[in-house]
Ligand binder design. Structure first.
Ligand code: SF4
Length: 386
């Protein structure tokens, strides 16, 4: 077993020219992967539908999260034909919480395209014509399902290359070089296994923090290991400030139901349902923003019954603070919007897909007491209590 500490004065084996060492790394990786790896539900299959779906879910999402979604999704949509016939709303509901919803919206058109073709494309070029399928995803499908000699380059594999060669980001160490390494390491036999091995190494040993060099089969050939500080490859990106966005939302009550609208299909959180409302403008407070947004969105003036206290949620690039208000409509006011809208009961909220932040509002507002009150009909004609 390699030591976790690089040996003093020991000659570095082949770390200077990574490309030349690939024929040496290939059998080591093959042996390592073949003697044990994680048993994931999308492995040990050559079914392109299973592989495609898992690869799409795994884009920018950790395995542990995908594991919670994969089996229920497969149960709901067990084959590409079933997915091709699905309603976008149902697919979004099954995807709810997994994030990056554009991936979910691309599933149906991609499934329809496969059904129209009559079978799955088998090469990278044609796989990349499916909505949402990039080069790495296409490489995974082509190599795992069809045994094609197609490379992959996801975040885990990138990190392995960066460290094996002690490479910097960009320039001559940019993606073109990394793709060339991913391609060159594939032998004629079982390219899918080599791709799996690279991904597995990056996911389990060559992790972003605290890589387990002491048990890594490639440590003898790893320049980052010999540097004594593998974590500095690649150098961390400067942390990005996460701006805070304030949003006022209305829970407009009417005869035991409340109003939800559906976001346009394109764009952030596209196709999900939400409470009406919107972002504060410069200089506005919560109430002022609420009244303006509701007037602009629904063309009505709401009567505010109670402010419910803010709820926070962080997305990748920004944080949002939602300020919910319980509202009613003055007599004669009827909301109108070009967006789809529905008056739903509490129980129906489970049937539609909402952003995580909206669920937090529901959890805050519609706690157990209010649920019981709603079920008993005690706020049939009014806001009840906040
Ligand atoms: S030796 Fe360490 S840094 Fe190098 S590939 Fe293995 S786990 Fe990654």
């Amino acid at each position: 077993m390699p030591s976790a500490i690089p040996p003093e004065g020991r000659p570095r084996r082949g770390t200077s020219c990574l490309a030349a060492r690939l024929p040496v790394l290939r059998p080591i990786l093959t042996r390592w992967y073949s003697t044990g790896h994680r048993d994931l539900p999308w492995r040990n299959t050559s079914d392109p539908y299973t592989i495609w779906l898992s690869e799409i879910m795994l884009q920018q999402t950790q395995v542990v999260t995908v594991l919670r979604y994969f089996a229920p999704f497969m149960e709901r949509f067990p084959a590409v034909e079933a997915l091709a016939l699905a309603r976008e709303e149902d697919v979004l509901k099954a995807w709810e919480g997994l994030g990056y919803y554009r991936r979910a919206r691309n599933l149906i058109p991609a499934a329809k395209a496969v059904v129209a073709l009559g079978s799955w494309p088998k090469d990278v070029k044609h796989l990349m014509e499916l909505p949402g399928v990039g080069r790495s995803t296409a490489g995974a499908i082509a190599s795992f399902a069809f045994g094609a000699r197609a490379p992959i380059l996801d975040g885990n594999v990138r990190r392995v290359w960066w460290r094996l060669g002690a490479l910097r980001r960009g320039g001559s160490s940019g993606d073109a070089h990394l793709w060339a390494l991913s391609e060159a390491i594939l032998g004629e036999r079982d390219p899918g296994l080599m791709n799996q091995a690279l991904m597995e190494l990056g996911a389990t040993l060559c992790t972003p923090h605290a890589p387990q060099c002491g048990v890594c089969p490639l440590s003898d050939h790893c320049a980052a290991f010999y540097s004594g500080d593998p974590e500095k490859f690649p150098p961390p990106k400067a942390p990005r400030a996460r701006p805070l966005v304030n949003v006022s939302v209305a829970i407009i009550l009417k005869r035991g139901r409340f109003l939800v609208t559906r976001r346009p299909s394109e764009g952030f959180l596209g196709g999900l349902w939400e409470l009406p409302g919107g972002k504060w403008e410069e200089g506005e407070g919560a109430l002022q923003a609420l009244r303006r947004e509701i007037m602009e969105e629904l063309g009505v003036e709401v009567r505010v019954e109670a402010a419910l206290g803010p709820v926070s949620h962080a997305y990748t690039h920004f944080a949002v603070r939602l300020h919910p208000f319980l509202c009613t409509l003055p007599a004669g006011q009827e909301p109108a919007t070009p967006l789809p809208m529905r008056w739903i009961r509490l129980g129906e909220a489970d049937q539609l897909a909402f952003p995580r932040g909206t669920h937090k509002v529901f959890d805050r507002v519609f706690g157990q007491d209010l649920r019981a009150a709603e079920e008993a009909g005690s706020w049939e004609d009014g806001p009840g209590r906040p």
